[in-house]
Write a protein that binds this ligand. Structure first.
Ligand code: PLP
Length: 232
């Protein structure tokens, strides 16, 4: 527990330092705690420090934790690969989905979002380095897909998400993040004022400084909050 508190204090001081260098407000960057493979008890401890938003990759594991932590009123973000057979439970149990990589998946999430819930917040995952091993829209596909997704009434298309390939230093890390930022600005030129995207979900433990310098609004941090993950 003390260890967790120390780690979170270190992350918080990194966020304060880099937002200050970027001349940005600390409040404009959400720290999303990535809790895949972590126990409900560890999540509870992190929540006690004031963090309210958690990211999960594996649906069955996430549903069990969401149920057991229901009383805490946390915001759950789905950040893992989304197969068609998972869309219903994602729609019913999450506030956000960051990893939408096909229009068909967005349509299913829209159709299955319960009517008593607020629209599901969506980020389109972009395969920013065109890697064969990663999913996501290409930069060319992004605008036509964004226009289709913004038309879906039970979704709120908020922005773009990417997981770039690892790079050696902060200058190199900034390049794919800058590309994602420019893509968002480009898409926004084609959207009505009420539909403009306000979210760049980019940056993890190893590259959150580079991402924030390029205007990330959500950083997704696992290892540097919870410690190393044991291999699944
Ligand atoms: C696991 C994961 C993270 C967190 O990565 P760390 O390096 O542990 O901070 C962020 N985003 C996604 C999509 C992930 O799967």
């Amino acid at each position: 527990m003390d260890d967790l508190v120390t780690k979170i204090a270190v992350i918080e001081s990194r966020l304060c330092a880099v937002t200050s260098i970027a001349e940005r407000d600390r409040k404009d960057v959400l720290l999303l705690a990535v809790s895949k493979t972590r126990s409900a008890e560890s999540i509870r401890q992190v929540a006690e420090t004031g963090i309210k938003s958690f990211g999960e990759n594996y649906l069955q594991e996430a549903l069990a934790k969401i149920a057991s932590l229901q009383s805490l009123d946390l915001d759950w973000h789905f950040i893992g690969p989304i197969q068609s057979n998972k869309t219903r439970q994602i729609s019913e149990n999450f506030a956000w989905a960051h990893s939408v990589d096909r229009v068909k998946i967005a349509q299913r999430l829209n159709d299955q979002r319960p009517s008593h819930m607020a629209p599901l917040n969506i980020c389109m995952q972009i395969n920013i380095d065109n890697e064969a091993t990663k999913s996501g829209f290409s930069t060319e596909q992004a605008l036509p897909a964004a226009l289709e997704i913004t038309a879906l009434p039970n979704l709120n298309l908020r922005g773009l998400m990417a997981i770039p390939a690892a790079r050696e230093n902060i200058e190199a890390q900034r390049l794919p993040f800058a590309k994602l930022r420019l893509l968002l600005e480009d898409i926004n030129r084609s959207l009505d004022n009420s539909e403009k995207l306000d979210t760049l979900s980019m940056g993890m433990s190893a590259d959150l400084e580079a991402a924030i310098l390029e205007q990330a609004t959500i950083v997704r941090v696992g290892t540097d909050i919870f410690g190393p993950r044991s291999t699944k």
